[in-house]
Design a protein around this ligand. Structure first.
Ligand SMILES: C[S@@+](CC[C@H](N)C(=O)[O-])C[C@H]1O[C@@H](n2cnc3c(N)ncnc32)[C@H](O)[C@@H]1O
Length: 270
């Protein structure tokens, strides 16, 4: 349709009024919305298409009514015990509210111990399209005084992660950002791009290549799911691996491959 700024305002307001997407950072809604207004025949169709794309990239992974306040209270209570085990349990319980980190829980210790073995204690970590993975930081080999930078599109989720970082005594920040439009360029020891490339490429087909170009990290841990959200595995690891090989072709980076029951990971060192 031939849309003007008022149509984009109406679209953004309609998306913000839906319970599922009201916490999504407005820049991303407007950038997807502008593209859909150009492709669809009516405002109604463009609103539906915008919500569909947000669902595929993000909404499908988040539980509808995640009670962040309750998770924070449980984490504070666990922290007050001064013991590691109750804190780990509270972290795992919170991570279960996001499909991506929930899938990783059964292999969490093994996942980080294997992929990051041999790296010196990390002084800085960037977690791109992080979901609730920052709650896995007690499983990471962090140096004393390390900083953690975490970005995803949900304002409520990032407010929670920000409180969590404070509770865990971490420097750094958690912020709601569209990492495609504003890829964090700060230099870090390790960047995590976990199961994120397929989601981001649903918004912008060039997002994977752009992030690999822009992220400034000595090491980059990139992963892909081995089956879809509805459990279908058909050829997924093979096609994601082929895509990743294509993305990094000609860059001369050292890459190590790790296959887990629920995730295929690559540690890139450069
Ligand atoms: C499959 S999940 C992976 C989450 C996390 N990295 C993990 O593996 O546990 C994809 C994440 O990308 C986030 N996301 C989607 N589009 C984004 C964008 N444009 N900017 C930042 N985050 C985005 C979603 O909200 C979702 O949390």
């Amino acid at each position: 349709m031939d849309a003007g700024p008022a149509d984009l305002d109406r679209l953004a307001a309609a998306v913000a009024a839906s319970a599922r997407y009201r916490h999504v950072c407005p820049d991303l809604v407007r950038s997807i919305g502008a593209c859909e207004l150009g492709r669809r025949r009516s405002l109604k169709q463009a609103i539906k298409a915008t919500k569909d794309r947000l669902h595929q990239a993000a909404g499908a992974y988040v539980e509808r009514r995640t009670d962040y306040a309750a998770h924070l209270a449980a984490l504070r209570q666990a922290a007050e015990t001064g013991e590691r085990e109750p804190f780990l349990q509270a972290c795992a319980q919170a991570m279960a509210s996001h499909t991506s980190s929930r899938e990783r829980l059964p292999i969490l210790g093994q996942f980080y111990a294997t992929t990051l073995a041999g790296l010196s204690p990390l002084r800085s970590v960037l977690d791109v399209a992080c979901g609730l993975n920052p709650l896995a930081l007690p499983w990471l080999p962090l140096a004393a005084g390390a900083a953690y930078y975490a970005y995803d599109i949900y304002e409520d989720m990032m407010a929670f992660v920000s409180e969590f970082l404070r509770l865990a005594g971490m420097a750094g920040e958690a912020r709601a950002v569209d990492v495609i439009a504003h890829c964090p360029a700060r230099h870090v020891d390790l960047a995590l791009l976990l199961k994120a490339i397929p989601c981001l490429e649903r918004i912008d087909a060039a997002a994977g290549a752009h992030l690999l170009d822009t992220i400034a990290a000595d090491h980059l841990l990139v992963s892909f799911p081995v089956r879809s959200l509805c459990g279908v595995a058909k050829g997924m690891p093979q096609s994601y691996e082929a895509h990743f090989v294509e993305l990094i072709a000609g860059r001369g980076w050292a890459v190590r491959r790790f296959q887990f029951a629920s995730e295929l990971a690559f540690l890139v060192s450069r």
